[in-house]
Write a protein that binds this ligand. Structure first.
Ligand code: ZN
Length: 694
């Protein structure tokens, strides 16, 4: 039997081959379509709408959802040309099938009928949230529209999809069009070895067959891994200026000019929002987010700005003084191309420790022990590496999560795979958590949630364990936080269990929350801390830990203001901008003075490469980064208030965190969940404190 048809269980990774994809997915699409047709046929007359329509639909979507999840998972962790081809062949049909579901008018009407029915208040909160999300998403997909309005809506959607592709192609092409080829030692002065190696490789790819890291030529590009380190390290101020000017004016002229694209996108988004009954596109965007209103978003940004803006001016002055002293030039003026460079010098001066020197203290096995011990102290769960279950690679571990408390103490409640190491040949970069199985009540039984935790850290070499950078440790904690929300859910309805149905701007709460523990003294260098030298067992020196902790607040106001500036621009463009009557660049001109120290250069067209909001999912949602950080810092501060050195207090607050944020997932509005945990609405104070600004 085709292993991709065995839904609802752990995937049989050893058996799954690329040739299984097309037949399985094609068959599952047909089955799902047939099931949807049957559900639609009874939707109008169903007496038990929850059971016959909503839940039936959820069950009908599971086989394809499961199989497609497995295929996508393998695309990320065991990529191969045959798998990619199979994926590409069926993807359009999968997208179509899912659009058919989200735009089903009979299902939408039945859901609306249920929400108005006498039995509505008797449904569980999770059920009501599922129905509400279904209605909302269908309406935002235009299902509520009729006739000409519906046609216009669909035309806008099609044009917007094309414009977004055009926009990102322009950014890609414009990025590729620029390169600075360096040939002399003087031109590469200051550049680190890793950048020289990458730049020589780029030169070889561009035709300079014998380019080497030591002798050049070196090709500097606007791709971030090249651009970022170049701006931080190049000693040649004139070259930094050239590269920066190219970077900020990307995709703003000629064939790849995004300015008309932006105007069109903004005009269409506004028109679409009005069709759906919103005054602005920003209002449409936040309607499905925790923030709920544009006013709430702006209040948050205003609060952060009020504190961070004056501090950013201080940080700027401080950096300029530092540069003046170093250069022995009291008249030196810090310009746009100097900030990253001097900030890096100041960082080196203040917190001299190197990532490399820290690695021996962060060996994966010890870090995992520390992380699991923390989970046990905070949330009352025991995590154990289990006997091998079938996985997709020999590096992958399989872990069981057991409850230590309650009536079923000792019982399994979840499990996860951990795929920790980088495998550039067939594994996507970055780190993520993904769903393998959702928790779901099935008749009298309960299926437990299973997660994939994927990192890309340094693999073990020469008989040494994987020795991690501090950033890799943070990443592991981050993904584990997402995993906890997926695994410690107590919701039995899959569509609201774990991370499902959690609002976009709230989803990073548990993950960023877990990162905080990497700065918790006891957890890192306490008696049972995980930062111990992998050979000698010696703990990380306290002075080094202090430096790591202090470096966290380095130029914090500048970092915050960068995000606040972009978030403000994003909201302004989608809320107050008047297409036709003004230019997007006018918005930059009125927002920049309130959010920057150095005003944008005359040729600055940052909007032309702001892909997050014009070609990604972040339109009128860029604020989400800061929103979730406020939540996670505020959540962590509950532990600080209770006493970070007091194990009983930590266990008590941890239990509450588990019972609210981790357990309830999408079954309750995130503001309610947060209030259940914190006893009040979120406040920016904790984040500002954490950043050293309060
Ligand atoms: Zn995350």
């Amino acid at each position: 039997m085709n292993p991709l048809l065995a839904h609802g269980a752990l995937p049989r990774f050893a058996e799954i081959r690329a040739e299984h994809v097309e037949p399985a997915i094609t068959r599952l699409i047909a089955e799902q379509d047939a099931a949807l047709t049957a559900i639609e046929a009874r939707a109008a007359t169903a007496t038990d709408i929850w059971g016959q329509v909503i839940d039936a639909l959820s069950l009908a979507l599971e086989p394809l959802g499961w199989a497609w999840g497995v295929v996508n998972h393998l695309m990320g962790v065991r990529n191969a040309p045959d798998l990619r081809a199979a994926h590409e062949a069926v993807q359009p049909a999968v997208v179509q099938a899912s659009m058919r579901v989200s735009q089903s008018r009979p299902v939408y009407l039945a859901a609306k009928r249920l929400a108005a029915a006498p039995e509505w208040p008797r449904l569980a909160e999770a059920q009501r949230r599922i129905v509400q999300a279904l209605v909302r998403d269908a309406e935002l997909a235009g299902v509520g529209l009729e006739g000409a309005a519906r046609e216009r809506f669909n035309a806008i959607e099609t044009e917007l999809a094309e414009l977004s592709t055009t926009y990102s192609n322009h950014v890609l092409d414009a990025t590729k069009a620029f390169a600075l080829t360096l040939t002399t030692k003087d031109e590469v002065a200051g550049l680190p070895d890793s950048l020289l190696a990458g730049a020589a490789q780029a030169a070889r790819a561009a035709g300079a067959a014998d380019a080497t890291a030591a002798a050049g030529p070196w090709r500097i590009t606007l791709d971030f891994p090249s651009y970022g380190p170049f701006m931080e390290h190049s000693l040649r101020r004139d070259l930094r200026e050239r590269v920066l000017r190219a970077q900020i004016s990307r995709a703003s002229q000629g064939e790849t000019d995004n300015q008309p694209v932006i105007e069109r996108i903004l005009a269409l988004r506004l028109e679409e929002a009005r069709l759906l009954g919103f005054a602005s596109y920003a209002e449409l965007s936040v309607a499905r987010k925790m923030a709920g209103t544009v006013g709430a978003v702006e209040r948050l940004l205003d609060e952060l700005r009020a504190v961070a803006m004056p501090r950013m001016r201080q940080e700027f002055a401080e950096l300029q003084d530092f540069a003046r002293a170093e250069l022995k030039d009291p008249a030196f003026e810090l310009r746009h191309w100097d900030g990253a460079f001097w900030a890096e010098r100041l960082r080196e001066r203040r917190y001299s420790y190197s990532d490399e020197a820290l690695r021996p203290y962060f060996a994966l096995p010890r870090v995992l022990d520390g992380l699991f011990a923390l989970a046990s102290r905070l949330f009352g769960v025991r995590i154990e590496r289990a006997d091998a279950t079938e996985t997709w690679h020999g590096d992958v571990g399989w872990f069981r999560v057991r409850d230590l408390s309650g009536e079923k103490a000792g019982a399994d409640i979840a499990a996860f795979y951990l795929d920790p190491y980088s495998r550039p040949a067939d594994k996507r970069g970055g780190a993520w958590m993904d769903i393998c199985l959702n928790r779901r009540r099935l008749g009298s039984g309960l299926r437990l949630p299973v997660a994939y935790l994927i990192c890309n850290q340094t693999p073990p070499v020469d008989g040494k364990p994987s020795l991690m950078t501090f950033r890799e440790v943070e990443t592991l904690f981050h993904e584990f936080g997402h995993g906890l929300q997926h695994m410690l859910t107590t919701v039995d309805h899959a569509d609201a269990a774990g991370i499902n149905n959690v609002e976009w701007d709230a989803v990073e709460l548990p993950s960023q929350f877990m990162e905080n523990w990497c700065y918790h003294r006891e957890t890192v260098i306490g008696a049972n801390g995980f930062a111990k030298h992998w050979q000698t067992g010696e703990p990380l020196p306290a002075a080094t830990f202090e430096k790591i902790a202090a470096a966290r607040t380095f130029r914090a106001a500048t970092m915050i203001m960068r995000q606040v500036y972009f978030a403000t621009l994003d909201i302004e463009l989608h809320h107050r901008f008047k297409p036709g009557a003004e230019k997007p660049q006018d918005v930059v001109a009125r927002i920049a003075p309130l959010n920057t120290v150095l005003l944008p250069l005359q040729e600055d067209r940052a909007l032309c490469s702001f892909s997050h909001i014009f070609a990604g999912g972040y339109s009128a949602g860029y604020y989400s980064y800061k929103w979730a950080e406020v939540l996670s810092a505020d959540a962590f501060s509950a532990f600080a208030e209770a006493g970070l050195e007091d194990p009983a207090a930590i266990a008590r607050v941890g239990r509450r965190f588990r019972d609210t944020v981790l357990a309830q997932g999408g079954s309750r509005h995130p503001m309610q969940v947060f209030k259940d945990f914190r006893g009040r609405e979120p406040s920016t104070t904790a984040l500002l404190k954490q950043a050293g600004l309060a």
